[in-house]
Design a protein around this ligand. Sequence first.
Ligand code: PLP
Length: 404
Amino acid sequence: MNTPVYLDFQATTPVDPRVLEAILPYFTEVFGNAASRNHPFGWDAEKAVDNARAQCAALIGAHEKEIVFTSGSTEAINLALKGVAEMYGSKGKHIITSMSEHKAVLDVAKHLEKEGFEVTYLTPDKLGRHSVEQIEAAMRDDTILVAIMWANNEIGTIQSIAEIGKLCKERKVLFMCDGTQAAGKIPVNVDEAGVDLMCASGHKMYGPKGVGFLYVRRKNPRVRLVAQMDGGGHERGMRSGTLNVPGIVGLGAAADVALKDLEKDAKHSLQLRERFEARVFKALDQVFINGDKDNRLPGCSNLSFAYVEGESLIMGIPELAVSSGSACTSASLEPSHVLQSMGVGDELAHSSIRFGFGRLTTEEETDYAADQIIRAVIKLRELSPLYEMALEGIDLSQVNWTGH
Ligand code: PLP
């Protein structure tokens, strides 16, 4: 077994060998510009792009004409939110989103606020969920867009997307869904879910980095966007710029593999996550699962370890590549905005770690990871006067270990 053990599959994934094999000819042999209409080099590249478009569409139950290739989800989100705001801004200036969205959504929302839009940031419940009633209550006559993600990148909570989609249809409000963590991991069907716009990213599904797509609904309703990138009018005018043919071929191949292996991959990740959590919970008390225990991404386990200090915890597991519940902004460590929005106390948020299990993770790695974290937590708790006090039954309600 190689160390460090990679358990950060929500951050990024390696390129699957089947995907790499599909990409390689497009760097050298088939190098044409997909927009070159006058010769076979261009036609071959265009054919490959069309094929990838169909593969991406198939993954999410869309039509290939509804796929706009981008440099990834961040760009797709920018295009969706700003594109809708500019196109429909005369109809209304109100947008609804969640405090637990990815920064790619939150930062665009902040940008739109500066442009005169009003944004309602909904607070999720303790499990990271939003009810349809909550979203409905926030709707106004001038609401033009709801942006709620399919599955959260930190805690893995899966939202009731189809119910939200239905509400948005009834109220004639567009529904944008960040599908970055869901596409290729759990079944996604934009029609069944009533989603009007959705982004996905290659590097989250064993494809290359720097490529992704935006799904833009063509019928019921036909969604129109103001382009954010002007140039040669590529992607039906929605995203100008020479297409990244090898990247797009890789994205298509990754979507194809993910669709075929969806059940197998999900079962594998889930089995490892359950194995890991069972081992950790057997050895340690005062450990909490963040997110919706019963409805989260199969490969995502976000745990809070009470009575240990976050930074020391991360330093105590150098052989594990994981993400912590703290984000480093400038010099200070900020607790995760997602955990904070769910009401998890700062101390507990700092002592949270996201373990991500993926296609390549083995049982051996899973057991090793569990043993490493158990060892580190026991060692740190031995040094913790608070943990000793808790064991003695002393009331520690003044300490901010709240949220569960
Ligand atoms: N949205 C979510 C939920 C993500 O997890 C990420 C990746 O970190 C993004 C958006 C941004 O994706 P990209 O890296 O393709 O820009």
